[in-house]
Design a protein around this ligand. Structure first.
Ligand SMILES: *[C@@H]1O[C@H](CO)[C@@H](O)[C@H](O)[C@H]1NC(C)=O
Ligand SMILES: *[C@@H]1O[C@H](CO)[C@@H](O)[C@H](O)[C@H]1NC(C)=O
Ligand SMILES: *[C@@H]1O[C@H](CO)[C@@H](O)[C@H](O)[C@H]1NC(C)=O
Ligand SMILES: *[C@@H]1O[C@H](CO)[C@@H](O)[C@H](O)[C@H]1NC(C)=O
Length: 515
């Protein structure tokens, strides 16, 4: 196994060795250059993967939230809001499954009902459901030309997805009515916030709502959605420690941290993402400044090459040698800052773990290079392939495609069942777990498709991808012709960047010099 790290240590530099998984053991394969015909074969494999996963959901689980692939049944584990369907309406457009898109959008119009006796998680429901509804609406309307939809593509559409998103967001507004502006984590869809609801919020949950709420404000002309989501972010940021670090759990009444540890993985991750992407989408420089401050602290205290270690926000010292699989997204933010070297060093480290187990375990110890007991599962997450996509976008390096190929092989060989794709309970023995989360289709499949489709419209730079991989159109007001904030963002001076990223025709961005 020792050679595996070396193999991935070299993957950005030309000729490479990559691993091939077969059953429970791995063998090596040399020369991973991806020929054009192989790229097309792999892309078709991803399309088939999405189609099979989606059809399995429809057959066995619809209209429940999620598919249980081993039981071949559905479960309303997220409030019964048709989560996998809604989270994947835009995925249907992205995969050019146009007739399925129209059929299920029309069905949704008659089935969507939020007058149910259920409590839902505001963060998860916002990124999956509100995000899914809004991005599909935008692709269908404002962005239809970019997406290549004909004028008469869907004449029956009259804005229903936007109305559903607004209806749901309106139910969430009472949760923001707290002294700090930091919202409650969950809300009952009919009765509002329960009197027994927890007063402790996690940073990511409370601070990852702006792309969705802000887009809703832009589309409805009512600023209140943007305002509550933005206020929550400002409030979280205002509680940064003297070192500029934010804890993971905070009291929403008195603003005290209840868990004085920070990191780029679970409970904090997407807060940083939405500061940067919020700027890219809405052009608010306050968001960029907050991001730069957080990012500088992360680079000063957390970055222990090639890992970002969880750290005490007061002492500024590392508290753990455990990495969460969620942290594997962070190289994508480094890419957006132009920090290619850091991004690829960090990404390579995660890839070495991926290579070792054929999957990235939920948490692993970087000293023992082993999964943490009880956290050795792989729930079909996208983060590693998300960073791989951004690096590919930025560098066009075809060697990155070997990761994409290995991802497809791993998913096909290890997680495919007769009823969709299944999570893995333990990466040591690849035992299956009975769940296909909606993000497998909406994120994992999307990032793999993008990586294999260099002429995809996503590379136009006109969209910011949400933390659930929903594309949000950069509003025309924040762009002039070909100049979009996402490209301006890539020129941001204090993002530790020393290079200029330029839009190029084929692969998106080209980089010359690296940090
Ligand atoms: C399974 O992995 C092998 C390599 O071990 C690969 O050749 C094969 O194509 C994979 N199967 C599928 C269905 O992708
Ligand atoms: C699917 O699950 C539901 C409730 O969770 C149950 O009532 C039903 O019998 C299950 N169907 C199958 C085929 O197991
Ligand atoms: C709502 O559900 C709870 C339990 O989940 C139950 O105790 C309560 O009676 C239900 N309320 C109504 C109005 O059905
Ligand atoms: C976290 O640090 C703050 C000071 O910034 C302190 O007031 C608080 O008690 C600490 N919380 C915990 C749980 O240690």
């Amino acid at each position: 196994m020792a050679g595996l790290n070396l193999c991935f240590g070299l993957f950005l530099f030309g000729s490479i060795i990559c691993f091939v998984s077969s059953g429970h053991s791995f063998k090596f394969m040399r020369s991973c250059d991806l020929a054009e015909n192989e790229r097309i074969v792999l892309r078709n494999q991803v399309k088939e993967m999405f189609r099979f996963g989606f059809e399995s959901y429809i057959k066995a689980a619809y209209p429940r939230d999620n598919l249980l692939p081993l039981s071949c049944n559905g479960t309303d584990s997220m409030g019964g809001l048709l989560v996998t369907l809604i989270d994947n309406l835009d995925t249907l457009l992205i995969f050019e499954e146009y007739s399925l898109f129209m059929r299920y959008t029309l069905e949704l119009e008659s089935m969507f009902n939020i007058d149910v006796n259920r409590t839902v998680n505001i963060f998860e429901t916002t990124i999956r459901v509100i995000g899914g509804l809004l991005s599909s609406h935008v692709l269908l309307t404002e962005a239809s030309e970019v997406v290549g939809l004909a004028d008469d593509f869907f004449p029956h559409y009259s804005g229903s997805l936007l109305r559903m998103a607004k209806e749901l967001a309106d139910r969430f507004l009472p949760a923001f009515d707290t002294p700090t502006g930091i919202p409650f984590g969950s809300i009952h869809l009919m009765n509002g916030v329960s009197s027994s609801e927890s007063l402790i919020a996690c940073t990511a949950g409370a601070g990852t709502l702006l792309l969705e709420f802000g887009t809703l404000s832009r589309l409805t002309g009512d600023p209140k959605y943007y305002d509550v989501a933005y206020r929550a972010m400002k409030s979280l940021f205002s509680h940064a420690s003297s070192r500029g670090l934010l804890g993971k759990h905070i009291h929403i009444v008195n603003g005290r941290w209840l868990y004085n540890v920070t990191g780029v993985g679970g409970d904090a991750d997407s807060f940083f993402e939405y500061l940067l992407k919020g700027f890219a989408l809405f052009g608010n420089y306050e968001l960029l400044k907050m991001f730069q401050s957080c990012h500088e602290s992360i680079r000063s205290y957390l970055w222990n090459e090639p890992w970002y270690l969880d750290c005490d926000i007061e002492k500024g010292t590392a508290v753990s040698s455990v990495q969460s699989a969620l942290s594997a997204f962070f190289p994508s933010l480094e890419v957006l800052c132009g920090n290619m070297n850091t991004a690829s060093r960090s990404h390579k480290a995660f890839c070495s773990i991926f290579a070792k187990f054929g999957m990235l375990p939920e948490a692993f110890n970087i000293k023992k290079l082993a999964p943490v007991k009880g956290f050795g599962g792989y729930p079909l997450r996208p983060e590693l392939f998300e960073s791989n996509f951004y690096l590919f976008w930025a560098t066009g390096d075809p060697a990155l495609l070997s990761i994409t190929r290995n991802a497809i092989w791993s998913l096909e060989n290890l997680t495919k069942t007769s009823c969709g794709y299944s999570s893995i309970r333990d990466v040591n023995n690849h035992e299956l777990d009975d769940m296909m989360e909606s993000f497998f289709l909406s994120e994992t499949c999307k990032y793999l498709l993008f990586s294999l489709t260099p002429d995809h419209w996503i590379y136009s730079g006109r969209f910011v991808l949400s933390t659930e991989a929903h594309p949000f159109l950069v509003p025309p007001a924040f762009s002039d012709g070909s100049h979009y904030k996402i490209t301006e963002l890539l020129k941001a001076p204090k993002c530790h960047r020393k290079s200029e990223l330029k839009l190029v025709e084929k692969c998106g961005f080209e980089t010359q010099d690296i940090d």
